[in-house]
Write a protein that binds this ligand. Structure first.
Ligand code: MN
Length: 489
């Protein structure tokens, strides 16, 4: 087992410090000796598998070592001091972080989740590797969930679906997000899962046939341009299809765009080059094009998204991106702790990498600072869900600056996103060349000009008009301060 783990680490990091991993392996195996999982296997198999899962993200040695040790503080007699003496501060901090996240128990599940969110947020802003270990832990626990009682299964699956999957998505690790979703889906909605699973299998052959056809058609459209590219098929998660069926109120048979393809090329220019070729060879579906290269998602995801209509009116979803964007979409935040394929130099040591991590964690830091203004955990949860929603709109300031807002945002959200003072004193909005009410829902591409005056102030009903955590927190703060000053008069 040890040799298998070490050789896996060496495949992506030939010069790895395997002594550290070996030491952690021996130590954890001994600490968990005599303990067993619900499945009947030795407990240490779990720790070992969590380490293996992290190898898929090509994580550094401290992370792999901490993964092996991740349950020793919680489930054995080992104390943090001892761990610190044996393995040092870095690894101990990682293990303590994972233990802390796992340790909170609350009676009310919703609150428990909100509290966990806070803990996770704090852990991530300190060291995102903590959350990567926790996610790997959850992935493995989900894969062995059938050995637990139905109640326990349900509880864990719900938490995974509503807490951990969105977190994986937010950190840009889309593979893990889909895996967690599909495993939770199977536990929470077994009937729907089974039906969809069978239907999906049933369509396997026709899907394959369509794909080969698309491959030939795309080759034909692109070949003469000389642009080098590779076509990869995007795995679609069953839960994703399930959600689409619910959203569109359609049965599986009517869900058309099940073919997801990806064109990966070398440069940004070639991405646009490919887009042009594809759009002139096939009819694009109106409104389906999104340019996430110019407008990256908050987690820095970049790609061009479009849908095209092929022969027999079959629709395909197409993503176009560079190799670099592709890697970032696969590994997400983990990309910062990965080793370069050959060089053996940690990417995190590359100049500029630090700033990159910082900007990726910006949204988390902001959530935490708003947290002071959001006293009710339920409200915090709600705010988090909105911030987690990837449906974004891009609205322009009169000066041409782009403000990213969640779908459903109003001019008040916009005003507070620009500046707190503008939010506090706004009384109206000009969107394009029309005056719109403050609860108007902004759309991508619109230009919004906020009208302010000194005497204008937030009112209680604004709370029902805003959708962003920032605006909500600022309005609450203002109303609270006003109440205080009235009370003091
Ligand atoms: Mn564990």
């Amino acid at each position: 087992m040890l040799e298998q783990l070490l050789s896996k680490v060496r495949t992506y990091h030939p010069g790895a410090d395997t002594d550290l991993i070996e030491l952690a392996y021996q130590y954890a195996a001994k600490a968990h000796e005599g303990q067993f999982r619900a499945s009947g296997e030795p407990f240490f198999n779990h720790s070992y598998n969590v380490a293996l899962i992290l190898c898929d993200l090509k994580m550094d040695e401290p992370t792999i070592a901490a993964a092996l040790l991740h349950d020793v503080l919680e489930d054995t007699a080992v104390k943090p001091d001892v761990l610190r003496t044996e393995f040092g501060a870095e690894i101990t901090a990682l293990v303590e972080g994972v233990t802390k996240i796992s340790a909170y128990h609350f009676t009310d599940r919703e609150i428990a989740q909100a509290e966990n969110w806070r803990k996770m947020l704090l852990a991530v802003t300190r060291d995102a590797r903590v959350i990567l270990i926790k996610l790997a832990d959850r992935l493995h626990n989900m894969s062995t969930i059938r050995f637990l009682s139905p109640e326990k299964q349900h509880e864990i699956a719900a938490e995974s679906l509503y807490l951990y999957a969105p977190f994986a998505q937010r950190l840009g690790i889309y593979r893990w997000k889909s895996e967690i979703e599909d495993m939770s889906f199977e536990v929470l909605y077994p009937d729907e899962y089974r039906v969809l699973h069978d239907a999906w299998e049933h369509r396997q052959e026709s899907r394959h046939h369509h794909l080969e056809r698309w491959r030939a058609l795309l080759d034909e459209a692109i070949a003469s341009s000389g642009i080098a590219y590779r076509l990869s098929v995007r795995p679609k998660s069953l839960y994703g299809i399930h959600k689409k069926m619910e959203r569109q109120h359609k049965p599986f048979a009517e869900i058309q765009d099940l073919i997801g393809m990806r064109l990966v090329t070398d440069t940004v220019e070639n991405c646009y080059g490919l887009l042009g070729l594809v759009h002139s060879a096939f009819r694009p579906v109106p409104g389906a094009f999104t340019d996430y290269i110019q407008m990256p998602k908050i987690n820095m995801y970049q790609s061009l998204h479009t849908s095209i209509v092929g022969p027999d009116e079959v629709i395909a979803e197409l993503q176009i991106r560079t190799e670099d964007m592709h890697r970032r979409a696969e590994y997400g935040i983990a990309a910062h702790w990965r080793y370069k394929e050959a060089g053996g130099v940690s990417v995190a040591h590359k100049p500029g990498a630090k700033e990159d991590i910082e900007s990726r964690l910006d949204w988390l830091k902001q959530m935490l600072s708003w947290q002071d203004d959001i006293k009710d955990v339920r409200e915090f949860m709600q705010a988090f869900k909105v911030e987690c929603n990837f449906e974004q709109v891009f609205v322009f300031t009169p000066g041409g600056k782009v403000i990213k807002l969640p779908h459903g945002a109003t001019p008040i959200d916009f005003a507070y996103a620009v500046h707190t003072d503008i939010g506090t004193h706004c009384y109206g909005a000009r969107v394009g060349d029309k005056i719109q009410p403050l609860n108007y829902v902004l759309k991508t591409g619109e230009t919004c000009q906020i009208m302010t005056r000194k005497s204008a102030h937030p009112a209680n009903h604004w709370l029902s008009w805003v959708i962003t955590a920032r605006a909500r927190a600022k309005i609450r703060r203002f109303l609270h301060d006003q109440e205080q000053s009235h009370a003091n008069k």
